[in-house]
Design a protein around this ligand. Structure first.
Ligand SMILES: Nc1ncnc2c1ncn2[C@@H]1O[C@H](COP(=O)(O)OP(=O)(O)OP(=O)(O)O)[C@@H](O)[C@H]1O
Ligand SMILES: [Mg+2]
Length: 356
């Protein structure tokens, strides 16, 4: 993408001179005639560089610079102050107002081009801005999904468990007022209360299971992954070849939850979309990475539509929480390959113990 440069100068001849020096260099050039216009343009364009004249009527360059630096979204934009005043005082004021560099008028064409090239090549501002933007989106999605999860749990507690427990309470009260019933009727009524209580117990267990897979704490990660694969395999009748290193059990808890949830979604996707009759799951540890690969021999990803539903986005976000990456692609000879790589410090659950 071409770097965007905003030229701010009240003098039309100076603006044209700068435009002519920088044109044909692959930049997108924009201009502003005074400080107020400059701030508006900066907010609109998020330029990669601002060339800012100092002597302007109204708001001078230093004031514009200070305003930009105090606007969070623009605080990192590189600014070169253009000054005819080649004296130390204005340089000092430029530094204090937050400029990154100076150029003294009249400009040396070569010097101007090379300074601009150096700054835009680094593209520091744009990449920072993009990183921040994607972090912001990710945290927004996390907050939204947390809220959705809370609403789901609250609905389930209210509509399902709440109703069942209320019905039981009413039944028990009813029974208390009717203790003279013949034993067989009493037995039938107690039986109903019992089966409602049983239903509550099942629902509570299911909800707790959804919140944190208990198999992770009881069985350890390797066994939990194996168990999930074998349950999946027997319900879908798709054979899975599983290869999981024993050492995964030594990974910190958070990795276990991430790997378990990613495997769950990857297998669900295979059942939903792949039409596969063979699956391979591999979890291996390298020096400072744990790798999860889930491959199938199905139809592969659709070529015509984007493949970023909630499932894949969610898996990527989970993996990104520990600085990892996840890619999903069609295999060269068919099927789909999901590969996640999670970096880890060589510390295990036990303080100081290493995985090597
Ligand atoms: N193993 C696979 N084989 C073929 N296509 C797949 C596979 N995994 C994912 N896809 C494709 O990628 C798309 C996106 O998957 P993703 O998990 O993000 O969303 P989804 O499964 O459609 O919906 P959700 O997961 O939100 O319930 C799917 O709709 C499907 O077209
Ligand atoms: Mg899915």
């Amino acid at each position: 993408m071409n770097s965007v440069i905003l030229i701010v100068d009240d003098n039309a001849a100076s603006r044209e001179a700068l435009e002519s020096i920088l044109s044909g260099q692959g930049y997108q050039l924009h201009t502003a005639e005074d400080g107020v216009q400059a701030l508006k343009q900066a907010e609109l364009l998020h330029p990669d560089l601002i060339l800012l004249d100092v002597m302007m009527p109204g708001m001078d360059g230093f004031a514009v610079c200070r305003r930009l630096r105090s606007t969070p979204a623009l605080a990192e934009v590189p600014i070169i102050i253009l000054t005819a005043l080649d004296d130390p005082d204005s340089r000092m004021e430029g530094i204090e107002s937050g400029a990154d560099d100076f150029l003294t008028k009249p400009f040396d064409r070569q010097e101007l081009r090379s300074r601009v090239r150096t700054i835009t090549r680094l593209n520091r501002y744009r990449s920072l801005h993009e990183q921040r933007e994607s972090l912001r989106m990710m945290s927004q999605r996390m907050v939204t999904s947390l809220e959705e999860e809370r609403m789901r749990i609250s609905r389930e507690l209210h509509d399902e468990l709440g109703q069942l427990i209320t019905a039981q309470l009413l039944d028990i009260r009813d029974l208390q007022s009717d203790l003279t019933l013949p034993p067989e009727n009493l037995f039938a009524r107690l039986e109903r209360v019992h089966s409602q209580a049983y239903e509550v117990a099942v629902k509570v267990r299911r909800m707790a299971h959804e919140l944190r897979p208990p198999v992770l704490s009881t069985l350890g990660l390797k066994q939990a992954l194996l168990t999930h694969c074998s349950k999946f395999s027997s319900s879908t009748h798709i054979p899975i070849k599983v290869d999981i290193e024993d050492k995964v059990n030594e990974l910190p808890d958070v990795y276990g939850i991430i790997l378990y949830r990613v495997l769950q979604e990857a297998l669900t996707n295979i059942a939903k979309h792949a039409s596969a009759n063979r699956i391979w799951v591999e979890v291996s540890l390298e020096d400072r990475h744990v790798n999860l690969i889930v491959q199938d021999n199905g139809i592969g990803l659709p070529a015509d539509k984007p493949t970023s539903g909630i499932g894949i986005t969610g898996m990527k976000e989970r993996v990104a929480l520990v600085g990892g990456e996840l890619h999903v692609r069609s295999g060269k000879t068919g099927g789909t390959i999901l590969a996640a790589t999670l970096p880890f410090e060589q510390k295990t659950k036990e303080e100081g113990e290493t995985l090597s």
